[in-house]
Design a protein around this ligand. Structure first.
Ligand SMILES: *[C@@H]1O[C@H](CO)[C@@H](O)[C@H](O)[C@H]1NC(C)=O
Ligand SMILES: *[C@@H]1O[C@H](CO)[C@@H](O)[C@H](O)[C@H]1NC(C)=O
Length: 470
């Protein structure tokens, strides 16, 4: 029954399903010989934990989970899967939002979190190398006394290699860039077990004109081209002073107009986040706050005390010109956190609107934030407005199929609207399972064909995280 169920959820063809039902014994033995018996599991509960992320996508468990200890093991384990023709799914914290880790064709999930070394820290070169088990918070606490930090912050305490794989970004991207700007080199195990250093072994240059950029190819590949086993990252100097500020606006127009002008004035704002009135009402209710129920900007400025003060003054003037309220602002960490509490808790505030239900979390990006924000000007909206990237949080009842259908249709409409405005269907969560139909619309037939050809060269048997992206 279990096998039948699994096959049903995977929608496999009979011949392939037969292959899978024969697979475990022999394959599991081979995996155990490399990783050690305790580091391979076929228990249903374990497999199910590894078959989903934090999104609304249904769980599809892999057939086995393996915990490699180092890159040599990853390479050997991948080689075994390759010779058996079995899918390989890289897994770290499972905090993705597009179903990127679900094992739609079964296979072996590689839980890479036990590889958690931080190496090659160079404070002069502003670089460090991390394995998949290192999360962004773990790296930043490791760096605490060095005067350096890694600013890319997608919210969740995600694995840095996973963030590279999904081209993650978040609130600091407006000043420090996304993972695309902060990954200098990757060590990747290909489907057949070969180990590639995308920029050359051990290299961590800041610029180069040497050939194609293979690092860039793997950033955002969502596990479909290889397993990232080490990422070399660009570090930044920690800001001496940080100031947080919040202000309300009479309309979405005014808030977005203000954002554009702040950026045009060249103010190096570190974060500039937008919450619409519906979201603000939810936040007030959830966190017991008394913010104005109107479109609101949350800002953060980084720099020396003098430069931060100047940034606040300049931004304050622009806010006033756009009819914004007085700046509420704060220097100390605790006061800053209090000020930003509404933004930090937005996700939970949205959830709390419908207790007991799950959340569909949708994202669309347009290169012109103003245009699209004005089109979708009401709903639970949270925007990384400085990047033109905003999220619309939809809270739905998972038991209501009709509602799920409407949520999906809305998500597609939102993405298409971004495409119509020359934007992208996903600013930061990736294509995963749910947005594959939009990728072709975004990039075009030829672009998609070339992506498929690249995938076929690196992964000729289509074993790397199959069913995602393409
Ligand atoms: C992956 O492995 C780590 C380390 O053993 C474990 O803490 C974590 O819970 C595992 N992930 C899942 C989804 O079970
Ligand atoms: C290659 O791409 C990566 C990831 O997008 C980027 O960080 C890096 O700077 C690029 N390398 C060069 C030499 O341009």
């Amino acid at each position: 029954v279990q096998t039948a169920l699994r096959l049903q959820t995977r929608g496999l063809t009979p011949s392939r399903s037969q292959l899978f039902s024969h697979m475990p014994g022999e394959l599991v033995k081979a995996l155990r010989a490399v990783a050690g018996s305790p580091n391979v599991s076929t228990a249903l509960a374990v497999r199910e934990q590894h078959g989903r992320d934090e999104s609304m996508h249904r769980c599809s468990p892999p057939d086995a989970v393996v915990w490699p200890q180092d890159v040599e093991q990853v390479s050997k384990l991948a080689g075994i899967c390759y010779s058996h023709g079995v899918p390989i799914i890289p897994f770290s914290t499972g905090t993705g939002l597009e179903g990127g880790v679900t094992a739609v064709r079964g296979g072996v999930c590689f839980n890479l979190t036990r590889m958690d070394r931080i190496t090659a820290l160079s404070t002069e070169d502003f670089t460090v190398a991390v394995e998949p088990g290192v999360t962004r918070k773990a790296l930043n606490s490791y760096l605490r006394d060095t005067g350096l930090w890694f600013p890319v912050d997608p919210g969740a305490d995600a694995s840095l290699c996973g963030m590279a794989a999904t081209s993650a970004s978040g609130t600091n991207a407006v000043r420090y860039g996304t993972m695309r700007h902060n990954v200098l080199n990757l060590q990747v195990v290909l489907a057949d077990g070969r180990v590639l250093h995308t920029a050359g072994r051990g290299r961590h240059f800041r610029k180069s004109a040497a050939g194609y950029n293979l690092t860039g190819l793997f950033v955002g590949s969502e596990g479909t081209l290889g397993l990232i086993t080490q990422a070399t990252l660009r570090l930044h100097g920690s800001p001496e002073a940080i100031v947080a500020a919040v202000c309300a606006f009479p309309s979405v127009h005014a808030a977005v107009g203000c954002t554009v002008q702040v950026l045009q004035a060249g103010i190096p704002v570190a974060r500039i986040e937008f919450l619409d009135d519906v979201m603000m009402a939810a936040c007030n209710r959830f966190s017991g706050l008394s913010y104005a129920v109107s479109p609101t900007l949350f800002l953060e400025f980084h720099g020396s005390p003098g430069s931060v003060e100047e940034q606040v003054r300049q931004a304050g003037e622009i806010v006033q010109l756009n009819g914004g309220s007085d700046f509420a602002w704060a220097w100390e960490l605790e006061a800053r956190n209090k000020l930003w509490a509404a933004r930090h808790n937005a996700w939970y505030a949205a959830l709390a609107l419908r207790p007991g239900s799950k959340v569909g979390y949708l994202t669309a990006e347009s290169c012109s934030p103003f245009k699209q924000l004005v089109c979708v000007s009401s709903g639970l909206i949270v925007g990384h407005v400085g990047d033109g990237n905003f999220h619309c949080i939809l809270v739905f009842d998972p038991a209501d199929l009709d509602e799920i259908q409407r949520v999906k249709e809305f998500a597609t409409r939102l993405a298409r609207q971004a495409l119509a405005l020359d934007g992208t269907c996903t600013g930061e969560h990736g294509i995963g399972l749910g947005k594959r139909h939009l990728l072709c619309e975004e990039i075009g037939e030829l672009g998609l064909t070339i992506m498929r050809q690249i995938k076929a060269i690196l992964d000729p048997k289509n074993l790397m995280n199959p069913g995602k992206v393409l």
